[in-house]
Design a protein around this ligand. Structure first.
Ligand code: NDP
Length: 261
């Protein structure tokens, strides 16, 4: 299936590692040029160089903190300067949490709100006019199964990801007349370096695989983690014109983890 993404410009936040890097590589494999954003410049530049080398597209890293208004503005400006605009925005930067509602301070709630929700608001405000000027585009927000089916130890993550899903629905309705399709994806357990690091920290290197398998056995009927590649292909399809009637929806990619219909 030709996804028609050759020479399109895709911006991916959190594109230096894990799911975001996998998504950036999957876009590049389809011939799209990519602008990836993250805070750690060294890791970002290495990722961008590897994408250019492996796929022969233009891949550029822009170091910024998307949890701030300045960081978002600088990413929008970078897209304009480097590529003259953008066709696709994937809001992927995010991270899990661990707290109780009784103990977590206001500042922690605010930080996750800024990262998971305000980044998507601010970047949409910056990128939508550019996309409209180029004839339309697609915005895809990476939420989580936890937006619908919470994990007990991370209420702030669950709540802010749920807000991102609701934002996606509202944004989809507002942006349809602009020719911009907005959707959300809610992944289940996806094997990223971060999951492996967490498992190693909790159990030690020799027991990490056993721990990850126990997590998969407990939560996912498919009894395994998904790979970044399995998820990334779905992101790329949804952002392509082949998914032109898919808008305003949240898609689960979770190995059966969601326990409702
Ligand atoms: P990783 O921790 O592996 O990667 C996170 C990426 O986001 C990194 O590139 C990181 O780079 C970047 N990032 C984090 N904070 C910021 C910030 N403030 N500004 C700019 N970039 C930032 O995460 P995953 O790949 O596991 O997860 C990616 C997304 O997928 C997250 O939103 C997560 O909630 C969601 N998700 C993940 C699941 C999983 O099982 N892995 C399941 C469901 C959802 P740097 O630190 O250099 O800024």
């Amino acid at each position: 299936m030709d996804l028609g993404l050759t020479d399109r410009i895709a911006v991916i936040t959190g594109g230096s590692i894990g799911i975001g890097l996998g998504v950036a590589r999957a876009f590049a494999r389809e011939g799209a040029n990519v602008l990836i954003a993250a805070r750690d410049r060294e890791r970002l530049d290495q990722a961008a160089a590897a994408i250019s080398r492996d796929f022969g597209v233009e891949a550029v890293g822009h170091a910024c903190d998307v949890a701030t208004a300045e960081g978002c503005a600088s990413l929008v400006a970078a897209a304009r300067e480097v590529f003259g605009g953008a066709d696709i925005l994937v809001n992927n930067a995010g991270t899990g949490s661990n707290e109780t509602i009784l103990e977590a301070p206001d500042e922690k709630w605010q930080a996750y709100w800024d990262l998971h929700v305000m980044a998507a608001v601010r970047l949409a405000r910056g990128f939508a006019p550019m996309m409209q000027a180029r004839g339309g585009g697609a915005i895809l927000n990476n939420a989580s199964i936890c937006a619908t089916q919470p994990l007990w130890y991370e209420p702030i993550y669950n709540v802010t990801k749920a807000a991102l899903v609701m934002l996606s629905k509202n944004m989809a309705n507002e942006f349809i007349p602009l020719g911009i399709r907005v959707n959300a994806i809610s992944p289940g357990l996806i094997r990223t370096p971060d999951w492996v690091k967490t498992a190693t920290q909790l159990t030690g290197a020799d027991k990490a695989e056993e721990y990850l398998q126990s997590v998969a056995d407990e939560h996912a009927p498919i009894k395994r983690f998904g790979s970044v590649e399995e998820l990334a292909d779905f992101f790329v399809f949804l952002c392509s014109d082949r998914a032109s009637y898919s808008v305003g929806a949240t898609y689960f990619v979770d190995g059966g983890m969601l326990r409702t219909i």
